[in-house]
Design a protein around this ligand. Structure first.
Ligand SMILES: Nc1nc2c(ncn2[C@@H]2O[C@H](COP(=O)(O)OP(=O)(O)OP(=O)(O)O)[C@@H](O)[C@H]2O)c(=O)[nH]1
Ligand SMILES: [Mg+2]
Length: 230
């Protein structure tokens, strides 16, 4: 049964070594979360991976890793979320690592702070400056929508920006439990898109090859099935 194969601890992707029914290891998608300090990157990743809003957060130093395994159309996928530091002094030695072999990027701003929105262009420039392929999906997230009376960034402006940069826009709140499905949707949308690309390798180390490796395809993906909820 395919289910039993998920417990296989082998990390080999070499099809020559595997029986014809072999299904590769759980694929791991590296998603980085980028944006100004204090916009809520840690809270959003906490909400997605842990299902809760952290009572108290400190500024992230370097990077915090969070993981969540999801199942889409019978495939288990490990989502490795890189919660990056927004403060320059806590991120400068790490930036290269953030962008290396990244599969998707989440840009976050705070809907109650216009400067976090205007700074997005700097974050996008940094991302582009690290030769992130245009094929790497990106989404834009306006966080803290629960603070309705304090909103500074109109949805129309954010939508225009997202359109101009070929990104989907999510406006949500890491704090409001009723918004948790929308937080999940941010990451699930990216996972669905990545799954649809089909060629991502199945290794889970930073040594992943930069280019897709056709021999790491899921066997059942040849059928071309795949749908994205967004
Ligand atoms: N009201 C409200 N507050 C939020 C929300 N998300 C985060 N916060 C608060 O915003 C502050 C900063 O949140 P963090 O998640 O630590 O911000 P960050 O972007 O990770 O900051 P750095 O690690 O410094 O880059 C904290 O006080 C959170 O409680 C939200 O959706 N609504
Ligand atoms: Mg943080």
């Amino acid at each position: 049964m395919a289910l039993l194969l998920w417990t296989d601890t082998s990390r080999s992707c070499n099809p020559c070594m595997q029986p014809s029914h072999y299904i590769p290891d759980t694929r791991i998608f590296k998603i980085i979360v980028i944006g100004d300090s204090n916009v809520g990157k840690t809270c959003l990743t906490f909400r997605f991976c842990g299902g809760t809003f952290p009572g108290k957060t400190e500024a992230t130093i370097g990077v915090d890793f969070r993981e969540k395994t999801v199942e889409i159309e019978g495939e288990r996928i490990k989502v490795q979320v890189w919660d990056t530091a927004g403060q320059e002094r806590f991120r400068k030695s790490m930036v290269e690592h953030y962008y290396r072999n990244v599969h998707a990027v989440v840009f976050v701003y705070d809907v109650t702070k216009m400067s976090s929105f205007t700074n997005l262009k700097t974050w996008i420039e940094e991302c582009n400056g690290h030769a992130v392929s245009p094929l790497v999906p990106r989404v834009l997230v306006g966080n803290k929508c629960d603070l309705k009376d304090l909103i500074q960034v109109p949805s129309s402006l954010a939508l225009k920006f997202a359109d101009a940069h070929n990104m989907l826009l999510f406006e949500t709140s890491a704090k409001d439990p009723q918004e948790s499905q929308n937080v999940d949707a941010i990451f699930m949308c990216l996972v669905c898109r990545l799954k649809a690309q089909r060629l991502l390798p199945c290794r889970d180390t930073e040594g992943w090859p930069a280019q897709p490796q056709p021999h790491c395809r899921r066997l059942d993906e040849a059928s071309g099935k795949g749908s994205c909820p967004c």
